[in-house]
Design a protein around this ligand. Structure first.
Ligand code: HEM
Length: 145
């Protein structure tokens, strides 16, 4: 390949890679935006925690919770998972739930309450599923601790 051609190849590769990075940057926080940003997240997290307190099967787990801390940390964690402009600085999931002995069924109920709260605040089915996919892997660190 001549020098001219390889220069052209390098330029096209650069253009392709450069475009890829730009596109990634532009859509990287799409989920965060689809969740309604920090305000949207705070709204459904607040509603989910309130529902947990009145749910017959999981309310007991939240009896002694510091709700202000829980809502704040959970909001930051979801914001960070959704690639929003937040840092999660709370406890690791094992530590945060240690001693609670949360069962799989209790975990599923809480996640369901989060999804219901999202639906009620008008968040799209697609965004709900994308967040669900990010929460499911946390399960093994949250249950049976
Ligand atoms: C995907 C599922 C879950 C996520 C992402 C999550 C996340 C969190 C976070 C971020 C914290 C705060 C940690 C800190 O203080 O630094 C926390 C604490 C807590 N979580 Fe979870 N959690 C989940 C599931 C559950 C479930 C299933 C229950 C009960 C059924 C539960 C009950 C609690 C309670 C009671 C606290 C302590 C609140 C406090 O006193 O500050 N969590 N969780």
């Amino acid at each position: 390949m001549g020098r001219k051609n390889s220069g052209l190849l390098a330029a096209s590769l650069f253009a392709i890679l450069g475009y890829g990075a730009a596109a990634e940057g532009a859509k990287g926080d799409a989920l965060f935006r689809d969740l309604g940003g920090r305000e949207g997240i705070a709204r459904f997290v607040g509603a989910a925690v309130a529902s947990a307190h009145s749910h017959p099967r999981i309310a007991f787990l939240f009896e002694d919770a510091d709700d202000g801390n829980l809502k704040g940390q959970l909001g930051d964690l979801i914001c960070a998972l959704a690639a929003g402009p937040c840092n999660y600085e709370g406890l690791g999931m094992r530590e945060a739930h240690s001693g609670m002995e949360i069962t799989e069924a209790e975990f599923d109920i809480f996640v369901e309450l989060v999804l219901d709260a999202m639906e009620q605040s008008g968040i799209s089915h697609s965004a709900r599923n994308r967040l669900l996919a990010l929460l499911v892997p946390l399960r093994e660190d949250i249950i049976h601790q």
